[in-house]
Design a protein around this ligand. Sequence first.
Ligand code: KIV
Length: 269
Amino acid sequence: MSPDTKPVTTRSVMEMKRSGRKIVSLTAYDALFAELLDQAGVDIVLVGDSVSTVLCAQETTLSATLEQMIYHGRIVRAGVRRALVVVDMPFLTYQVSIEDAKRNCGRVMQATGVHAVKLEGGAGMAPTVRALVDIGIPVMGHLGLTPQSVHALGGYRVQGREADEASRLISDAKALQEAGAFAIVLELMPAAVAQRVTEAVRIPTIGIGAGPHCDGQVLVLHDMLGLNEHLNTKFLKRYAQLADQVRDAVRCFGEEVRSGGYPDSAHSF
Ligand code: KIV
C-alpha cells in the first residue's frame, strides 16, 4: 500500500508530528461527504457534535445526544476507508463519572466502529482520559474554546489571551498527554499561545482558529464549503460557495418545472 492509501491510525497521526507532516482534518456527519473527504486525502474525519448547530439549527452543541452521535458516527464510518474517524462525545456523557465515561465511550466505539473519541477539557479530565485509554479507547483532547462550556466561558471568545490562561492551556495539554491522549484540538486562541502549547507536547495539536503553528488544522466542512452561511469569524476561510450554487440549481429546477422545460425528451423514458 502506498502511504496515501494506508489507513491512518492514532500511531501514524502521532508519527506525523515527529516527521513534520501537517495533519488535515474536517468534520463530516454522513457517509456521502465522509467518502468525498476520504477520497480527497483527509487524515482525520471528525464526527463533531457541531452536527447539532450546523445541521439541526440548535444554538449550541449542548443538545447533542449519545444516540445522535452514534447514528452519525456509524454512517460516517461506513463512508471511510483510509481516514481515522473520531466521534465527539456529547455533553454529560463523560463528565459525570468515570464509570459513565467508560460505558458511553465504549458504547460509541462498539456501535459505530469508529477509531477514537474526543472529549473536551483539560487537567480535570485527565483521570477520565487515563481510564479510557486503559480500557483501549483512544482519546483526542480539546482545549481552548470548548463549546460544551460556552456558557461558563461567557460566549464564543478567544481563550488564552492572559498570561495565566496561556500557562493553564500548556499545563492542561501536558496533563492530557500524560493521561494518554493521542492528539489535542486547540480551538480559538492566539497563534503564539497555540505555538507554545504545540511545542510543549509530543502529541500533535490540531488547530481551529489557533493560527498556523499547530501540527494540523481542522474546519467544519459545511463552513469551509460555504454551505453554512450562519458563521462569520476571522479564522474561517471558505474554499467554495456551495450555498449560492444550491440556491441557483434549485431556482433553475423550479423555473424549468413551471415552464415545462423539465423533463424534456432527453430525460424521459
Ligand atoms: O464539533 C466540532 O465540529 C468540533 C470541531 C470544531 C473541532 O469539535
